[in-house]
Write a protein that binds this ligand. Structure first.
Ligand SMILES: Nc1ncnc2c1ncn2[C@@H]1O[C@H](COP(=O)(O)OP(=O)(O)OP(=O)(O)O)[C@@H](O)[C@H]1O
Ligand SMILES: [Mg+2]
Length: 210
């Protein structure tokens, strides 16, 4: 039985997920909460190895192969890290989670909602975010932020180098999720300063924050 709280941050490359997640983690810790942060893909030894596989230009996974690799990393993370933390009553803040597969593999790579949903359910079971914040930002502005940042990782680079229509499809995929599940998935306007955006994050979580 899960006693903790599970919140995920989603959105296109560079929209501010990692920035807002760090602000929320600090906010919760200042109020005495125990906070675990995760990122996808990765977060476990197997997940980090699969991340390297996804990066390797020699492999060129098909869309379905890419989804299966991500789901393998996800189920390992859920079972060995996220579910135990929730059982201990902790806050889990996820930098991307299952909804990224809907937007990237389901919408942008064309696998469709039902296929991704079936694999997400298989991988995650009942361990599911109670609130998902999609940081909604003009794609050009988000990619500009991502490209200007000093620490862009090779993993991000692989997706950042996709053509603009791909990123627009990802953004459309996230908006579609917010329409499908308005209770859980909230669009947060990600324009403005990090502090302004964080104010909106707090509003979108106001009913579950301590
Ligand atoms: N509100 C903001 N205004 C201007 N710059 C921002 C804002 N939020 C974050 N940034 C900067 O934009 C860049 C991207 O932000 P961040 O790394 O948080 O995005 P991300 O969504 O985690 O990206 P990725 O998907 O690539 O991991 C960083 O350099 C960050 O410092
Ligand atoms: Mg990030």
């Amino acid at each position: 039985m899960s006693r903790g709280h599970f919140v995920s941050f989603e959105g296109v490359e560079g929209c501010g997920k990692s920035t807002q997640l760090a602000l929320l983690a600090a906010h919760l810790r200042s109020r005495g909460a125990v906070v675990l942060t995760t990122r996808e893909p990765g977060g476990t030894p197997l997940g980090e190895a699969l991340r390297a596989v996804l990066l390797d230009p020699d492999y060129q996974p098909t869309a379905l192969a890419e989804l299966c690799i991500l789901e393998a990393a996800r189920t390992q993370l859920v079972t060995t890290v996220i579910a135990p933390a929730l059982a201990r009553g902790e806050w889990v803040l996820a930098d991307r989670f299952a909804d990224s597969s809907q937007a990237y593999q389901g919408t942008a790579r064309g696998l469709g909602h039902d296929t991704v949903s079936a694999l997400n359910v298989l991988a995650c079971g009942s361990t599911w975010p109670e609130r998902t914040l999609v940081l909604d930002l003009d794609v050009d502005e988000a990619l500009q932020r991502a490209r200007e940042r000093p620490s862009t990782t090779t993993f991000n680079r692989r997706f950042e180098d996709e053509a603009l229509p791909f990123h627009r499809a990802v953004a459309a995929g996230f908006r579609e999720l917010a329409r499908r599940e308005p209770g859980r998935v909230r669009l947060v306007d990600a324009a403005g300063t990090p502090e302004q955006v964080f104010g909106r994050v707090l509003v979108a979580l106001s009913d579950i924050l301590p």
